[in-house]
Design a protein around this ligand. Structure first.
Ligand code: MG
Length: 446
């Protein structure tokens, strides 16, 4: 949740001249807490605090507006939040659910307007509506439509800021919260920013603030009176000085970067000869996992769902999927899941249902297929794919100590594996992709 300072003074009608206001910033209000309230209607009107389980990571992720009245805020220790608001509803973080709804909102609603979207976190995005204006006519109409759709379909509210650049759109949405829409006409950018605290400008942190205060500069209004060269001298950096001087006029050179997120990444390979040797099939899957994990790291993505595909000698095939509660980026995590899925995929043929549907449960796993050294049938091709992709930088990591109490799955183990595999990436980049490989068995006959 945004902790940027808001200003009552700017929460007003700034006029209706929308010309040039082609940027929207859409931000869900108290996203995690709102989603919990939406699926637990008995919580409506109560303070709701979503955060880490005590003893694991006792920090507030999101508090709804009712809870904020008691002084509860994000990043606060859960113990403090409980003391401040003992009557609150305290809920664990359900990232899987929040990511799912986020994906629905941005693909089912926002993407209907334009593909000019830069999603900056699970609950906020910038949109350049210039291309959509031919059809929509008014940026405000787009903002109102998004707000209405989000409310109707997901029973949560969002706020929308509209401005002539990304900075103004963000400042407007911050000050429209909660459940509001604020448009700042281009001609009033400087006037709007003048009313804000320096810290309200995204990017002004404590260090920069301190530096400026050593020059007795503490407000946006003061910077507006200075030349760019003076600001550059004060902050000691041409780049930061330029950016800050512009920002204090309500201007920004930031351009929208759209990420056309891939939906899945996969790798499959055909055996030189059909095989029923489980060790070979597993070695091939491991090879696929290595390859996919490397691609994920290159693209700075993480995955949630792992699927295994097997094509049998009779050309029928089976796929099995499993979704993990922790984000996946290394091949050890991926292979653990693939290993669990493999017996079920192989058993699909055994029971005469070659072309099988995805997502079978682990209960279907045939015990003998899991333990025997040979597959119940000959396999022509095997592969792995991952989906539920999100950007690493915007995926919240929650330790899952209850997930599986092995070295690989606790947080330290995950970090170690990620580090190890990054080192392997570097070796491969230098000496070629077959230079190093995990495990001893090859899936080819050598
Ligand atoms: Mg938000």
């Amino acid at each position: 949740m945004s902790t940027a300072p808001r200003s009552q003074a700017v929460r007003k009608d700034w006029g209706h001249d929308e010309s040039g206001c082609t940027f929207l910033h859409v931000d869900m209000d108290a996203f995690f807490a709102s989603l919990e309230t939406a699926r637990h209607p008995e919580l409506v009107g109560r303070p709701v605090i979503v955060g880490g389980v005590e003893g694991v990571r006792g920090v507030v992720s999101t508090a709804n507006y009712e809870a904020r009245r008691y002084g509860v805020h994000s990043a606060q220790a859960m113990a403090t939040a409980r003391r401040l608001c003992p009557q609150g509803a305290f809920l664990p973080v359900d990232h899987h659910y929040y990511s799912h709804v986020s994906h629905e909102i941005f693909t089912q609603i926002v993407a209907k307007i334009t593909d000019q979207i830069e999603q900056v976190s699970v609950d906020e995005a910038y949109i350049n509506v210039a291309p959509a204006l031919r059809e929509w006519k008014s940026p405000r109409a787009i903002g109102e439509w998004i707000r209405q759709q989000v409310y109707q379909r997901f029973h949560i509210t969002c706020s929308v800021g509209i401005g002539s650049n990304m900075l103004m759109a963000k400042l407007a949405s911050t000050n429209a919260k909660p459940n509001g829409l604020l448009l700042v006409p281009q001609a009033r950018n400087a006037e709007f920013v003048r009313l804000l605290d320096l810290r309200a400008i995204n990017g002004v942190g404590p260090a920069l603030e301190k530096r400026l205060s050593s020059w007795a500069v503490t407000t946006v209004a003061q910077i507006q009176e200075l030349s760019e060269a003076q600001v550059v001298r004060m902050v000691g950096s041409r780049q930061i000085g330029h950016w800050l001087w512009l920002a204090c006029q309500g201007e920004s050179e930031r351009v929208l970067v759209t990420h056309a997120l891939e939906k899945s990444i996969g790798q499959e390979m055909t055996f030189p000869e059909d095989t029923n040797d489980l060790a070979k099939i597993r070695a091939l899957l491991r090879n696929c996992c290595d390859h996919i994990a490397r691609r994920l790291r290159e693209k700075q993505l993480v995955a949630r769902t792992v699927s295994v595909k097997i094509r049998f000698a009779d050309l029928t095939y089976a796929t099995r999927s499993q979704t993990s509660r922790v984000p996946i980026q290394n091949s050890v995590q991926m292979m653990q899941i693939a290993d669990q899925l493999l017996p079920a995929a192989l058993a699909a043929w055994k029971r005469g249902r070659g072309v099988a549907d995805a997502g079978a449960s682990r209960e279907e796993v045939s015990a003998d297929a899991g333990r025997s050294a040979v597959s119940p049938t000959f396999v022509r091709l095997a592969g792995v794919s991952v989906s539920g992709l999100t950007e690493q930088s915007t995926t919240l990591y929650q330790p899952e100590l209850d997930f599986d109490d092995t070295q690989e799955n606790n947080e330290t183990g995950l970090k170690k594996n990620n580090e190890l595999e990054k080192a392997l990436d570097a070796v491969r980049a230098k000496y070629g992709s077959s230079a190093v490989r995990r495990g001893a068995t090859s899936w080819r006959d050598e």
